[in-house]
Design a protein around this ligand. Structure first.
Ligand SMILES: Nc1ncnc2c1ncn2[C@@H]1O[C@H](COP(=O)(O)OS(=O)(=O)O)[C@@H](OP(=O)(O)O)[C@H]1O
Ligand SMILES: Nc1ncnc2c1ncn2[C@@H]1O[C@H](COP(=O)(O)OP(=O)(O)O)[C@@H](O)[C@H]1O
Length: 201
């Protein structure tokens, strides 16, 4: 990958994040959903986005499956490719936070180091790690895309939880018990956002 060029100089613009946040009426933050395939990241992030949208919050949902059709279409599932995937998504999320949006991301993001990398990219308190904690056995029983079945049969290599690591968050801002009702999980997340004054009570 090409390195940063010292002849390229950062340029500040007159409309600031603060000004954009005032216009939106809320802060820009990232809700970074992490968890196994099938844990419920997309479902819960989608339900939360719908609830926020109804409340008039400006949101955007970045979803692993979708991003891998465009921005990250050249990447696979080796450790190096997953790292690059998360780096790119982190940079996009950072721009969206600067735009004043409540950004929801749904990526397995299996490595602690990469999640920490994204946390470090963002201003203080603008990264909220949401651990969708669903036991592997439950994810495997759900298996909506038949990928666990393929992985167990040896037809799909480097599958997270089977023959590729998932490092659970040690201190996420919130841990969701992924077997509970989606409505309950969504309510917990809305409470957290209100409690942190990210959205109005
Ligand atoms: N080897 C392997 N391991 C894990 N997942 C796989 C793999 N191959 C394909 N898929 C499908 O890709 C989705 C995960 O993509 P992500 O971008 O979220 O992965 S990562 O964060 O870069 O690890 C994941 O989607 P979700 O089930 O929504 O998590 C799978 O559908
Ligand atoms: N809290 C939940 N309770 C029951 N089923 C769920 C729950 N969350 C998600 N699901 C179901 O589990 C499957 C995987 O959910 P999905 O959101 O695609 O997971 P991920 O994005 O983590 O791969 C889907 O069929 C979805 O309907």
């Amino acid at each position: 990958m090409a390195q940063h060029d010292e002849n390229v100089v950062w340029h500040d613009h007159p409309v600031t994040r603060d000004a954009r946040e005032q216009q939106h009426g809320h802060q820009g933050v990232v809700l970074w959903f992490t968890g196994l395939s099938g844990s419920g990241k997309s479902t819960v992030a989608g339900a939360l986005e719908q609830a926020l949208h109804r409340l008039g919050v400006s949101t955007y949902l970045l979803d692993g499956d979708n991003v891998r059709h465009g921005l990250c279409r050249d990447l696979g599932f080796s450790d190096a490719d997953r790292k690059e995937n998360i780096r790119r998504v982190g940079e996009v999320a950072k721009l969206m936070v600067d735009a004043g949006l409540v950004v929801l991301t749904a990526f397995i993001s299996p490595h602690r180091a990469e999640r920490q990398m994204v946390r470090d990219m963002l201003p203080e308190a603008r990264f909220i790690e949401v651990f969708v904690d669903t036991p592997l056995a439950v994810c495997e029983a759900r298996d909506p895309k038949g990928l666990y079945k393929k992985a167990r049969a040896g037809e799909l290599r480097n599958f997270t939880g089977i023959d590729s690591v998932y490092e659970a968050p040690e201190q996420p801002e919130i841990r969701l018990a992924g077997e509970q009702l989606v409505t309950k999980l969504t309510a917990q997340l809305l409470d957290l956002l209100r409690h942190r004054d990210i959205i109005k009570s």
